[in-house]
Design a protein. Sequence first.
Length: 326
Amino acid sequence: MAQKGDLLSVRQDIRVVDATIRDGGLCNNFRFDDKFVKDLYEANIKAGVDYMEFGYKASKEIFNEDDFGKWKFCNDADIRKIVGDNKSGLKVAVMADVGRTDFEKDIIPKKDSPIDLIRVATYINAIPSAVEMIEYCAKMGYETTINIMAVSKARTEDIKAALDIFGKTPVSAFYIVDSYGALYPEEARRLADLYGETADKYKKSVGIHAHNNQQLAFANTIEAMTFGASYLDATVDGMGRGAGNCALELLLGFLKNPKYKVNPILKIIENHTHKLKEAGVKWGYDIPYMLTGQYNTHPRPAIQFVNEERKDYSKFANELYDIINS
């Protein structure tokens, strides 16, 4: 796919997706109070953000409701309490994990729900189940995207085959998901090219969801955007699992479309996310996350390292090496 636009041009196809509650919820078990969520919703409207992802549609048969805040489950009534009838240009999104969502029970017809977009998340080995979910959600009246997780671990031929299958579904966009924060800009560009070939064939869009293990989430996002990606995920203050994500304030400041405004997001940082950090909620670049990114592996060991407040980085690097090569 050829380069789209330049640093001074406005791309009308760009859609900014705020994933703060969903990815950030992985840092505090989704225990956000309603004021924070309401303030963020109103700030996103003022900032010109296109979609706000409220959390997961997680199965209550798999996950105990007492162990999580309500945004792990995103009951329609809880979302409506925040957005009312959502008479704004901001669309409401949720994520549905393949194998972890009772979609036929918990995803009701769009006409009865405040949700606009269902983001179906899958690993490369669960494509048939993902297709089933996409087709069901589309039948219920929702927009859908397909988020292929841990793409840095997937073989190119498998990605191509998966995209060709998803291209034949009603899905709106294919997402490049750098779950482990392992990609470099050259790889983000290659994947945007790869995804874009099939997206053009089936008249779909491409999106990117980047993690900041190597401080490249913003770089990878704008690199993928330059080479065709139009759905761009970001979070306030970079809040997200482990090293976090592309910072929303960085992305909005970079985009040249005058509809996007940074100041409302800065107020959320002032009034909310810094207080979350002071209260002990942890996220952001750190050496152990850098190491899991470089090793292209899940950040679970690094999250444990950070939570234990360890500082023996070289020992952890050796431990990680042994885990990877055992």
